[in-house]
Design a protein around this ligand. Structure first.
Ligand code: FAD
Length: 372
């Protein structure tokens, strides 16, 4: 009999799991309290940057990120084909900019271990950097270039994922406002408070991002997932003066094909508040001008914020609960949920098919690790 999977949350993680599970023959229902893609996923910069984002060591999180980057070329084509929608996927590569000679040592040690994991990175001096990014600040003394990093236009990607789900037969129930989980051992039963409807299935995938931390009393375990607000802004730059994703220690700038330059992002604690503050955006503006002086005289035309699902140890909660065969977690992807969406979907589908993806240290992501 076909297994029926209920996916809680219609962000990039829930939709990716739903799409992959449907492709593998499961019956799938997505339950979304608001609008699919309406939270962190639609707010993201869309960078697929495992090397720039993981600078310390090749830990299990880095390995999951890298695996996901490798899945992206085929995955994004599958989403485009199934949805009939195009979205930007740009293999621009990235530059991590340095301002001080002292940064060089850290870059060299980062390069050493990352090149063992196919980064193929390149240390650029000031002249080489200027050739690639002519408008970079004169204070920049060089950069580490990662040719394999890429980015998507996140709102377009998430919209296409939702459409791919709908077209392939995933049932999407959105606008449900509040959802009560009334059974989760030996089958799943969920009630939507707003409509009074009850949904039943065999398995529940908990993929409700920053809100997963509110479910400790439901599952009787520690779920240390917290919302970390990211404030972010965009400039109108129709001439597309920035060619790569450009990082520095204080933020990043990424040029989109639609002629906007997305610059982010703050990391502050504001509960579930998604407003932007003048202070938060002013800090971004100041750093943007230090990276690209032409931005110093401009004001962003768009400012927004989203809630990253952060976890206590920085790793997502990804895997089955030992106390119930009916529940899997896929939450807490913090700064890298867009990047991690295909790998997360593959892991969830593999687990439900009783397969284990080779080479992935899944024990590190055990969702019950904070209660052991
Ligand atoms: C400013 C910013 C920039 C970012 N840039 C990048 C980037 O460049 N690259 C990258 O990889 N990542 C980036 N991220 C991180 C990325 O956006 C997140 O890791 C990712 O979106 C998390 O996806 P999610 O599906 O877990 O969460 P969300 O997108 O937040 O989705 C969770 C969904 O669950 C729903 N929900 C909540 N509770 C319930 C419930 N009880 N029942 C039903 N539904 C519920 C919510 O309404 C929401 O739609 C960025 C994030 C921010 C904020």
């Amino acid at each position: 009999m076909t297994q029926h999977v209920m996916v809680l949350g219609g962000g990039v993680i829930g939709l990716s799991c739903a799409f992959e599970l449907k492709r593998r023959g499961f019956a799938v229902t997505v339950l979304e309290m608001g609008k699919c893609g309406g939270q962190a996923s639609g707010a993201a910069a869309g960078m697929l940057a495992p090397y720039s984002e993981n600078v310390e060591e090749p830990d299990p999180f880095f390995r999951l990120c890298l695996q996901s980057l490798l899945l992206y070329p085929e995955w994004q084509l599958a989403v485009k084909e199934a949805s009939g929608l195009d979205f930007e996927y740009s293999a621009t590569g990235s530059l991590y900019v340095m301002y001080h000679e002292a940064d060089m040592l850290a870059m060299k040690s980062r390069k050493l271990w990352q090149d063992e994991h196919d980064a193929a990175s390149e240390l650029l001096d000031s002249a080489e950097l200027r050739k690639l990014e002519p408008f970079i600040a004169p204070e920049a003394i060089g950069a580490l270039r990662y040719p394999g990093e890429s980015h998507v236009y996140a709102p377009g990607y998430v919209k296409a994922l939702e459409e791919a789900c709908r077209r392939t037969g995933v049932s999407i129930r959105d606008g449900l406002e509040r959802i009560d989980i009334t059974r989760w051992r030996d089958g799943v039963e969920v009630q939507a408070a707003s409509t009074g409807e009850t949904y039943r299935g065999d398995t529940l995938v908990v993929s409700n991002g920053a809100w997963a931390g509110l479910m400790e009393s439901v599952f009787g375990m520690a779920i240390p997932i917290y919302p970390i607000r990211g404030q972010i802004c965009a400039y109108e730059t129709p001439d597309m003066p920035v060619r790569h994703m450009v990082f520095c220690s204080q933020g990043y700038v990424v040029g989109k094909r639609n002629g906007t330059l997305v610059c982010g992002a703050s990391e502050d604690i504001a509960g579930f508040e998604t407003t932007v503050t003048r202070r938060g955006i002013a800090r971004l503006e100041s750093w943007n001008g230090k990276l690209f002086p032409f931005l110093g005289g401009m004001r962003p035309f768009h400012e927004w914020a989203g809630l990253r699902p952060a976890t206590q140890d920085g790793f997502p909660l990804l895997g089955r609960l030992s106390v119930s065969d009916s529940v899997l977690f896929a939450a807490g992807h913090y700064r890298n949920g867009i990047l991690l969406s295909p790998a997360t979907a593959a892991v969830v589908a593999d687990l439900l098919e009783e397969r284990v993806a080779p080479g992935l240290p899944l024990q590190a992501f055990n969702p019950e690790r904070f209660s052991l």
